[in-house]
Design a protein around this ligand. Structure first.
Ligand SMILES: NC(=O)c1ccc[n+]([C@@H]2O[C@H](COP(=O)([O-])OP(=O)(O)OC[C@H]3O[C@@H](n4cnc5c(N)ncnc54)[C@H](OP(=O)(O)O)[C@@H]3O)[C@@H](O)[C@H]2O)c1
Length: 302
């Protein structure tokens, strides 16, 4: 998500300071892309190493910017591993709280209440990539983490925009590509559950395009929480069959019943180097269909 947003901001003419835990890895990723190389040479694209779970690293990352965009997620999501701090609460919720606190530290003028910072003119806008399934009071930890990150953003005193994105696909995605990639090594493509959940899959470049529009048109989605998905409603089965057809693969989909998958997850999460958890099975099998109207209202013709 962050790379797509960066590409579209650069295309629109902005300067971008991209943050991740390894500036060098980020730089290498963008050097592989011709426009990225040019942006690096022109110094319109710079990188900074910072960690959303280490508050002391964040002030230099957010200083002297017009917009802060939070799109960090722990490696291996949705498979949480508390032993390494790779959890939704640590990275998604606390990471967002830490970033907001860093903005408060760098730009805040005066404390307006117990938790509220008052911002002078010139403080950055804050944008957050949330998820399609986010609602209050969910039993799922990833939804609670994102809801609390959203609430902190809405209550921060900064101008904000939140995008609740649907399942995204694109050349670098680690999810759909992995599933379809099984067709190269297996006689079937394994899927948890019945594959009948409805989704509106989102082309990642459309998310990048929306963020570039939000940055360029500050009034259009000021203090809005917008759902964003693709134009078509698919079931997971339909999406996979379409992918297999495009790849010219004859494989069938093999459904692993969800209770069996959750049992596998419950066992595997006890091993080191977790490759599955029961909660990740719930995450993977969640549906999510978005309403296009709110985006259309803010950005007619988007
Ligand atoms: N992908 C989807 O289909 C989808 C759908 C809906 C919502 N979202 C949301 O969109 C956001 C981005 O997801 P994504 O799919 O783009 O994830 P991703 O491909 O895994 O990218 C996450 C980025 O965060 C960085 N990162 C990880 N831990 C960090 C830390 N502690 N401090 C700073 N940076 C850190 C990673 O770089 P390093 O590891 O090098 O630091 C990487 O650049 C997440 O909030 C996710 O929940 C994604």
């Amino acid at each position: 998500m962050g790379s797509a947003i960066t590409r579209h901001l650069l295309k629109t003419g902005y300067h971008v300071r991209a943050m991740s835990r390894s500036a060098e890895q980020g730089r290498e990723a963008f050097r592989r892309w011709p426009e990225g190389r040019t942006a690096l040479e022109e110094q319109r694209l710079t990188f900074i190493s910072a960690n959303v779970t280490s508050p002391e690293t964040l002030p230099p990352a957010v200083a002297d910017v017009d917009v802060v965009i939070q799109a960090a997620q722990f490696r291996g999501a949705p498979i949480e591993d508390p032993s390494t701090g790779n959890t939704y609460m640590d990275v998604d919720r606390n990471g967002t709280l830490n970033l907001l606190a860093a903005v408060g530290q760098v730009y805040g003028a005066a404390t307006a209440g117990p938790d509220m910072v008052r911002y002078p003119a010139g403080a950055p806008r804050f944008m957050y990539v949330s998820g399609v399934s986010v609602v209050p009071d969910s039993p799922h930890v990833w939804v609670r983490a994102k809801w609390e990150a959203e609430e902190a953003t809405r209550g921060s005193g900064l101008d904000y925009s939140i995008v609740r994105a649907c399942w995204a696909f694109g050349p670098d995605d680690h999810s759909l590509n992995r599933l379809l990639g099984y067709s190269e090594i297996l006689p079937f493509v394994p899927v948890f559950g019945r594959g009948r959940e409805k989704i509106t899959p989102l082309y990642v470049e459309d998310l990048g395009r929306l963020f570039a529009r939000m940055v360029a048109e500050p009034d259009a989605a000021r203090n809005a929480t917008l759902p964003l998905g693709g134009p078509d409603v698919f079931t997971m089965n339909q999406m996979l069959r379409l992918g297999l057809r495009i790849m010219g693969r004859p494989q069938r989909i093999f459904h692993i019943p969800k209770p069996v998958a959750k049992l596998q997850g419950a066992l595997l999460q006890r091993l080191r180097g977790r490759i599955l958890t029961a909660a990740a099975v719930d995450f993977i099998t969640q549906g999510g269909v978005t309403d296009p109207d709110p985006v259309e209202k803010c950005f007619p013709g988007f």
